[in-house]
Design a protein around this ligand. Structure first.
Ligand code: PHE
Length: 361
C-alpha cells in the first residue's frame, strides 16, 4: 500500500493483510482493536480529524474513511471464510447419507383394546370395574364357588399350585395361581352389599400346553350382577346387548345349556361366526357359531358362602376370554401371536387398526 504521508495511518494499514490469517477469536479481537467504537485505532484517528488544520481535514478524513471501508470488507470476508470452515469441520464427522433415527410409535395391544372396549360397554350400563389377586387360595378359587373338595369338577381346571405354606385363617388356604376371575366374585360380594354390578378383568393361569389354541396364561373378564329380583332374562338381555355393541347390531346369538359349579342354571353363549357370518367356515369348524362365554345364575350356595340370603338376593355372572375374543374378532389363527410380543405382528396390528394385513383376502 502506498505511503500516505501519515505514519499512524500507514501503520494501521499494514495490519490489513493479516486479517485473512485470523481465526474466529483473533478476528473478533482485531475488529475491536481497529473499528471498536470506544478504543478502535481507526475510530481514534477519525476523532482527530477535527483537530487538523482546515486544508488537511478533507484529505485526511477521506484516507481514514477509505481505510475503514477496506477493513470492514476484509473482516466481513474473513468472517464468512471462518464460518464456512467451521461448518465443513462439523460435517466431516457426520454421515449425511445415514437414515434418520426411527421413532418408536407404540400401538395398543389387540387384547388391551378388546378389554377396554368390553369394559366401556359395561360401564355404559352401570357396571364398575373390580380387580383381585392373581395368587389365590383354593378357598376363593374353588371352594367358596361351590366346587366340592376333591370332586372331579376341580379337574375342569388344570391348576398351578404354589410351593408355599398355606394361608392360615381361611377354611382352606392352599396357594395357587387363579384359574379364572370368578374368585373375585367372592371377594367383591364379601366387601359390598347388593346391588352389585361389576366387571373384573385380569390374567388367569392353567397348567395347559402352549400351542395354537392353548396358553398357560390368558385373560378373562368376569361379570357379576347381584340384587333383589334379578332373573335369567336380565342375564340374556345384558349379554345380547353386549354382543350387539361389541360385534355388530345384527350379530345373532344363542344360549346353550352348560354346567359350572357356581351357577345354576348355567349356559354358554355363542355368537354368529365373525369370519363367515353363519355360513360355516374352518374358523367355526363349519358350525357358523363361535362360543364366547360361560354364564349363569349365581348358585344359591355361593350367595350363602358370602353371607347373602338367597331368598332375598339373586344374581347372574359370566366369564369370557379377551384373548380368545381377539382371535375371533381379528381372525387370528394362533393365540401365541397375542402373547409372544413379536414386534412385526404388533406393528402390523397397530398400523391396520386391528386388522391383520390381508385378512380374509
Ligand atoms: N369361570 C368360568 C371359566 O373360567 C366362566 C364363568 C364365569 C362361567 C362366570 C359362569 C359364570 O370357565
Amino acid at each position: 500500500m502506498e505511503p500516505t504521508g501519515y505514519p499512524e495511518l500507514d501503520q494501521i494499514a499494514q495490519r490489513l493483510d493479516r486479517v485473512r490469517t485470523l481465526d474466529a477469536r483473533g478476528l473478533e479481537a482485531e475488529e475491536i482493536a481497529i473499528l471498536g467504537r470506544k478504543a478502535g485505532a481507526l475510530t481514534a484517528l477519525l476523532k482527530r480529524v477535527a483537530e487538523l488544520p482546515i486544508d488537511e481535514r478533507k484529505r485526511y478524513g477521506a484516507l481514514v474513511n477509505r481505510l475503514k471501508g477496506q477493513f470492514e470488507a476484509a473482516f466481513a470476508e474473513r468472517r464468512e471464510v471462518v464460518a464456512a470452515e467451521r461448518r465443513s469441520q462439523e460435517d466431516a464427522g457426520r454421515d449425511l447419507t445415514m437414515p434418520g433415527r426411527g421413532r418408536w410409535v407404540g400401538a395398543e395391544h389387540p387384547v388391551s383394546r378388546v378389554v377396554d372396549e368390553i369394559v366401556e360397554i359395561f360401564r355404559g350400563i352401570g357396571f364398575t370395574v373390580a380387580v383381585g389377586p392373581e395368587v389365590e387360595t383354593d378357598w376363593y378359587n374353588f371352594l367358596a364357588l361351590n366346587f366340592p373338595a376333591d370332586h372331579p369338577a376341580m379337574d375342569m381346571h388344570d391348576t398351578l399350585y404354589l410351593d408355599a405354606p398355606a394361608v392360615e385363617g381361611e377354611p382352606s388356604g392352599r396357594l395357587l395361581l387363579r384359574t379364572h376371575t370368578s374368585p373375585v366374585q367372592i371377594r367383591t360380594l364379601l366387601e359390598s352389599t347388593p346391588p352389585v354390578r361389576v366387571v373384573i378383568p385380569g390374567m388367569v393361569y392353567r397348567n395347559d400346553a402352549f400351542d395354537a389354541s392353548h396358553s398357560p396364561a390368558f385373560s378373562q373378564i368376569e361379570g357379576l350382577a347381584v340384587d333383589e329380583g334379578i332373573s335369567f332374562v336380565d342375564l340374556k338381555a345384558t349379554l345380547i346387548h353386549f354382543a350387539h355393541r361389541f360385534f355388530s347390531p345384527s350379530t345373532r346369538t344363542r344360549f346353550r345349556p352348560s354346567f359350572f359349579p357356581f351357577t345354576e342354571p348355567s349356559a354358554e353363549m355363542d355368537v354368529e361366526c365373525q369370519i363367515c357370518h353363519g355360513s360355516g367356515c374352518p374358523a367355526c369348524k363349519g358350525t357358523g357359531w363361535m362360543e364366547i362365554l360361560g354364564c349363569g345364575m349365581v348358585h344359591p350356595r355361593v350367595l350363602e358362602n358370602v353371607n347373602l340370603d338367597p331368598e332375598r338376593y339373586t344374581g347372574w355372572a359370566f366369564g369370557m376370554g379377551p384373548h380368545r375374543i381377539a382371535m375371533l374378532r381379528y381372525g387370528l389363527p394362533d393365540i401365541r401371536l397375542l402373547l409372544e410380543g413379536d414386534m412385526r405382528f404388533l406393528e402390523q396390528m397397530g398400523r391396520t387398526g386391528g386388522q391383520p394385513d390381508g385378512r380374509g383376502a
